[in-house]
Design a protein around this ligand. Structure first.
Ligand code: AP5
Ligand code: MG
Length: 243
């Protein structure tokens, strides 16, 4: 759900189906605001958010998959702040990209996260003649802010809305404003696992940013600002790079 401040910030940008965003890639370290911003863009432009983290966590909710040896291994890898094997994530993304709601575009959140994933995606998209070229937006945030964003994050298991105990409190402390569900904390949102996720990011994902930096449709935004100002900067960049 988009609040009035964000609505106002997004006011100057095209809305709904009047704008075709095409494939958008939101990049940034853990806690940069990829999920927060993706949900706003999704509501603004009516295209899906494809978050590999959410898709992988969703698979863990299936009791059969979760209890299987693969499910248990995936849980351990994610809870330790490491990455799921490329081939597995690529298969999940390919399946999602083939769904009809991606025709006007989509917001990729958390993928690609390794150079092989980026090369795989470039190849997949170039094989599809009608697809617009990808736009990559990198959200930059300082380390100390990331730590508070991660340890303070709470989310609604029903609607997916994201809150923060430091920066974005729900109206009633522990329940979702939208549906009243008790908010939950991700098991990888501890200080120790955050440090490991940052090491993984620096080693495996920072090279992906460099990969897209060298391309024509790339923008960097300051993610240290209030949510609505970042949304405006991202939308401005996407509209400019699409024109
Ligand atoms: P994933 O779920 O993608 O985690 P992540 O990349 O670490 O990113 P986060 O979801 O933690 O942060 P975010 O940028 O979405 O921030 P958010 O908007 O929530 O991946 C989890 C795991 O899955 C990985 O570790 C890996 O194991 C596996 N995985 C996923 N994709 C994979 C892939 N491609 N390959 C292999 N493995 C993969 O915001 C954070 C907090 O900050 C919130 O509380 C929010 O309210 C607050 N906030 C946001 N913006 C602002 C702002 N401007 N001001 C103040 N607070 C803000
Ligand atoms: Mg996220």
């Amino acid at each position: 759900m988009v609040g009035p401040a964000i609505q106002a910030a997004a006011g100057a940008a095209p809305a709904g189906q009047t704008f075709t965003p095409g494939p958008i890639l939101l990049m940034g370290p853990p806690g940069a605001g990829k999920g927060t911003q993706s949900k706003i863009l999704m509501a603004q432009w009516l295209v899906p958010q494809i978050s590999t983290g959410d898709l992988l966590r969703g698979m863990r909710k299936d009791p059969e998959k979760s209890a299987s040896p693969l499910g248990q291994e995936m849980r351990a890898v994610m809870n330790d702040g490491h990455l799921i094997p490329n081939e597995l994530v690529e298969a999940i993304v390919l399946d999602r990209l083939r769904q009809p709601d991606t025709k006007r575009g989509y917001i990729l959140d958390g993928f690609p996260r390794t150079l092989p994933q980026a090369i795989w995606l470039d190849r997949e998209l170039s094989a599809e003649n009608e697809t617009l070229p990808i736009i990559a937006v990198n959200i930059q945030v300082s380390y100390t802010k990331l730590l508070r964003r991660i340890t303070g994050r709470r989310s609604c298991p029903t609607c997916g809305r994201i809150y923060n105990t430091y920066f974005c409190l729900p109206e009633y402390e522990t329940v979702c404003d939208v549906d009243g569900t008790a908010l939950v904390q991700r098991p990888d949102d501890t200080e120790e696992v955050f440090a490991e996720r940052m090491r993984t990011y620096d080693a495996m994902t920072a090279p992906v940013v460099e990969h897209y930096q060298g391309m024509a449709r790339f923008a960097e935004v300051n993610g240290d600002l209030p949510v609505g100002e970042i949304t405006q900067a991202i939308m401005d960049a996407i509209v400019r790079l699409r024109s």
